[in-house]
Write a protein that binds this ligand. Structure first.
Ligand SMILES: [Zn+2]
Length: 305
């Protein structure tokens, strides 16, 4: 009753203020919504309509019920004339504010609606959808919002109204740290590639680097594979990591004769994983870390034949 009566007041407010008719009304478990026939809807308009609707509620206007004939109704300037053929119409009259035909159950005075709070708006096919809550539901929603904001604020040891500022600052820090990590990873990969190349003897005119790491991610393996094969013109790198996700990266310097994509696919088939790539760089993920070393050895033997 509160939600439905609130809809009458709200729809009338949008017509009175901005000449935006309501074309449909929906009821969900936690909120209701109206669809407004309008090409645009600003935040200011939403707030004005909310203000007017709450003024009408505070004024505690009578809500009367009366029956008229269709012909009579046509002269009364109803907000909405129903499409039915019935001759008798049931009118809901919110004193000096809204007159419309409706068969539903309503409050006796607008004060019983308690209050109305407009929430999310969304562009829909025929205009704008406006979600709202009224009365007891508005209080329950405000309570839930407050609890949510309190939980967020506690994470930052801040006041609830400072939540957005703290969240923005944290996101900025995360972005900046991510950049720093990327740069460090790049430098680490370059240094590690130089070390690996220095300790790997040349054989058959190229260096074959085979290495399993315990805790590098796939991105780092790829980076290392790229550094190895670019720092020296004749390198083949068979790299694996056990965690956080078991993975393989095979890479060769441009101009080397093998097919890393094909070799990786074959290796992965034995490990029960999936992967692939180009002739010079391939990657894949394995279901477990078991057998990674043996798989690298097998692939290395294949290349040395
Ligand atoms: Zn109604």
């Amino acid at each position: 009753m509160q939600q439905h009566s609130a809809q009458h007041v709200l729809s009338a407010a949008f017509v009175r203020l901005f000449n935006m008719p309501t074309v449909s009304f929906h009821m969900a478990d936690e909120y209701c919504s109206i669809d407004l026939d309008s090409p645009s809807l600003s935040k200011e308009q939403v707030e004005s309509a909310e203000r007017l609707a709450n003024e009408i509620i505070l004024e505690n206007r009578p809500v009367d019920l009366r029956f008229v004939t269709r012909d009579e109704a046509a002269t009364l300037g109803l907000r909405k004339l129903p499409p039915t053929e019935r001759d008798q119409l049931r009118l809901i009259d919110i004193h000096d504010f809204d007159l419309t035909a409706c068969g539903g159950t309503h409050v006796n005075r607008t004060g019983q609606i308690g209050g109305i709070c407009l929430r999310r708006t969304e562009k829909v096919r025929q205009g704008y959808r406006v979600e709202f809550v009224a009365g007891g539901r508005a209080v329950a929603t405000a309570r839930r919002d407050f609890n949510t904001l309190t939980e967020i604020a506690a994470l930052f040891s801040a006041h609830i109204y400072d939540g957005p500022q703290h969240a923005r600052k944290s996101l900025d820090e995360i972005r900046s740290l991510r950049k720093q990590i990327e740069q460090s990873q790049d430098e680490l990969a370059a240094a590690q590639a130089a070390t690996l190349l220095a300790e790997t003897p040349e054989s058959h005119g190229r260096k074959l680097v085979v290495r399993t790491f315990s805790d590098r991610d796939l991105n780092f393996l790829k980076l290392l594979g790229q550094k190895l094969t670019r720092q020296s013109p004749a390198v083949i790198a068979l790299l694996a990591t056990e965690s956080p996700q078991p993975a393989l990266v095979f890479a060769q310097s441009a101009g080397q004769p093998h097919d890393m994509g094909k070799l990786l696919k074959e290796t992965m088939a034995k490990l029960g994983g999936r992967g692939g790539g180009s002739k010079d760089l391939a990657q894949g993920g394995a279901p477990t870390a078991q057998g990674l070393d043996a798989a690298l050895t097998t692939a290395a033997q294949f290349l040395s034949r």
